[in-house]
Ligand binder design. Structure first.
Ligand SMILES: O=C(O)CCC(=O)C(=O)O
Length: 287
């Protein structure tokens, strides 16, 4: 019964979001031509790539600091600073993404990460969506020989999240496990509806999207310093790595603030937490 309720909730959310997408279909842009060009592509294709967002030297310096930070931990640990070193699939033999490290709130420990200026990214996402956007987390993903990455999925139906991935290591072919996305699948995609109905008959409720249009798959290859910005409502995954390969990326999260978000408990929890963080700044409207 719970599965059916969650599925209906997800389908209603996607339908409502597609209605919002339709209303915003003919939105204009802002006054910055460079931002507008990125926003135009992001609206249509769900993803943009910005080469050389950071220099090689900056990437190397942060990579070294992250390596030193994670070295002592072989279990999920919360550091006194508030940074959380999380090991995915811990204690779950064969879990997808098992062994991948997801370091939450890296900016609370590394000022080099806290000081990265992402104002252009925030502007791009706001110009793309024409809605209020808040930046809410800076993580790092460390994939070392992760052969069993999670398959194609969307992050959730609400809130709408955009993620910026900044490669700190070269991801110059698919053996490094690049980020992969089905272009244009963030809006009006029949596959999203189809997968939710399909998932109703699978073991557990999920946002997995195994049915997708592979002819539109884009594998985000790039040298260290490359930034990829994507709408997480589009179908995406990290590709499995080949043995011996490592990928390290910074991951910045942006949340689109919309009344629809309040339909979902997980989104409500995110917003509540976000409001606590931003209480001083008064960036998030009250529910
Ligand atoms: O690691 C990747 O490239 C993909 C990560 C992902 O699917 C996500 O952050 O939602």
């Amino acid at each position: 019964m719970k599965k059916l309720i969650v599925t209906i909730q997800n389908l209603v959310s996607i339908l409502a979001q597609d209605f919002i997408n339709f209303i915003h279909l003919f939105d204009g842009y802002g006054s910055n031509d460079k931002v507008n060009a990125y926003a135009k592509t992001l609206r249509k294709e769900s993803i943009i790539t910005i080469p050389n967002f950071m220099t090689e030297a900056e990437c190397e310096a942060i990579k070294k600091k992250v390596e030193a930070l994670i070295k002592p931990y072989d279990k999920t640990t919360t550091l006194p600073s508030g940074t959380v070193v999380r090991i995915r699939g811990e204690n779950k033999e064969g879990a997808s993404d098992g062994g991948m490290l997801d370091v939450f709130y890296l900016d609370k420990t590394l000022p080099e990460v806290a000081n990265i200026d992402d104002s252009m990214l925030q502007e791009i996402v706001e110009t793309t969506t024409k809605q209020k956007v808040v930046h809410y987390r800076r993580n790092a993903y460390i994939n070392k020989e992760i052969l069993n990455t999670r398959g194609y999925h969307i992050d959730n139906t609400q809130p709408i999240i955009f993620k910026a991935f900044i490669y700190l290591t070269d991801v110059t072919d698919t053996s490094f496990g690049p980020y992969s996305l089905i272009k244009g699948s963030h809006r009006f995609s029949p596959y999203i509806y189809l997968n939710f109905v399909r998932n109703l008959f699978s073991k557990r409720v999920s946002t997995d999207m195994p049915l997708n249009n592979q002819s539109k798959a884009y594998h985000a290859i790039g040298k260290k310093g490359t930034l990829i910005l994507s709408n997480q409502n589009a179908i995406h995954r990290g590709l499995p790595q080949a043995p011996g390969k490592t990928r390290m990326a910074l991951v910045f999260n942006y949340m689109v603030i919309s009344k629809l978000s309040y339909l979902h408990q997980a989104a409500k929890d995110d917003l509540k937490q976000l409001r606590m963080v931003n209480q001083e700044k008064k960036e998030v409207p009250a529910m």
